[in-house]
Design a protein around this ligand. Structure first.
Ligand code: MLT
Length: 303
């Protein structure tokens, strides 16, 4: 049985997950996975658009937003187990995933372990690479700083990396909302997740096995997971398309939702063309790719 609405609480393996479920009952399901240290509300501008045709589920990763912390040390593998457990409890056999940054790490690890459960992926501002030794060192320093000085200093440092300098004057409300999300995350969750991120394993050696359509999106000014990381994934995933989102840093979905959503809608409309009856054609991946590219051209011409 489905409960549609906001901030629904669901027990998954003795842990309460907070989620939102919106859109038509019989529609294909898209699960959006947020970045660190944010929560499901970062997808609000995508949900409002996608629910026209799709059932869209956003959830808070354990320790973030309204979900429980649980009793285990955090890891990307644990976050994947939570995702699969969540899908099982909701009786969702096969879905598409849309993950940003840490959400992308989870999506990549999930499809590596459970390829039959996924129909398509959107990988936003993310990478298949593990942390470099310097990045691990930075995470350890961040953990020490949070323990010594609390969350505020960490929140200020994070937003400086998330956003290009000019966004502080052009989009102050987005920056304020992101800072609030970080401030609401407990010190325990921040530190546990930093350790999980620094110990995550790479997924680059497995991405060539991905058989489903993949859309890769990256903000033109993303300094955390830059264009080079997106290009590497695009070069190695057969059925992938890469789009750069202008005027955006690491949180491209929040900074330029118009452009981001246009790519998202075209991608999912093409993945689920049969369901949407957009086309009567066959469903081969080449046709899907061509349909996507044609839609892109038409959408640019109509601007
Ligand atoms: C995120 O947005 O999820 C983080 O930037 C991921 C990371 O720190 O590696």
């Amino acid at each position: 049985m489905r409960y549609a609405g906001n901030n629904i609480k669901l027990m998954v393996d003795n842990m309460m997950i907070n989620y939102t479920d919106a859109g038509p009952e019989e529609a294909p399901v898209i699960i959006c996975i947020h970045g660190f240290p944010l929560n499901m509300s970062m997808w609000d501008k995508q949900v409002s658009v996608l629910i026209e045709h799709f059932r869209v589920i956003t959830y808070d990763i354990r320790g973030h937003g309204g979900s429980d912390v649980g009793n285990e040390a955090f890891s990307i593998d644990l976050f994947v187990a939570d995702l699969i457990g969540f899908m099982n409890v909701l009786n969702l056999d096969k879905v598409s995933l849309c993950g940003l940054s840490m959400g992308g790490y989870i999506a990549l690890k999930a499809i590596e372990g459970f390829p039959a459960r996924f129909e398509a992926l959107v990988l936003c501002d993310t990478t298949c690479m593990a942390d470099s030794p310097e990045a691990k060192e930075k995470r350890m320093k961040a953990v020490e700083s949070i323990i010594q000085h609390g969350v505020a200093q960490y929140a200020d440092a994070s937003i400086k990396n998330f956003f290009p300098q000019d966004s502080f004057t052009t989009s102050p409300e987005i920056i304020t909302s992101v800072r609030e999300m970080i401030m609401k995350t407990s010190e325990l969750s921040l530190c546990s997740t930093l350790l999980a991120l620094s110990s995550r394993r790479e997924t680059c050696t497995k991405i060539a096995d991905i058989q489903v359509p993949v859309l890769i999106l990256v903000g033109s000014n993303d300094v955390i997971t830059p264009l080079s990381a997106a290009t590497f994934m695009h070069d190695n995933i057969t059925k992938s398309t890469l789009q750069v989102i202008d005027h955006a840093g690491h949180l491209s979905n929040m900074e330029n939702p118009e452009e981001f959503n246009r790519h998202l809608k075209l991608f999912f409309n093409s993945v689920y063309a049969d369901h949407l009856k957009i086309s009567q054609g066959g469903d081969s991946s080449i046709l899907r790719e061509l349909r996507y590219k044609l839609n892109m051209l038409l959408s640019f011409r109509s601007i």
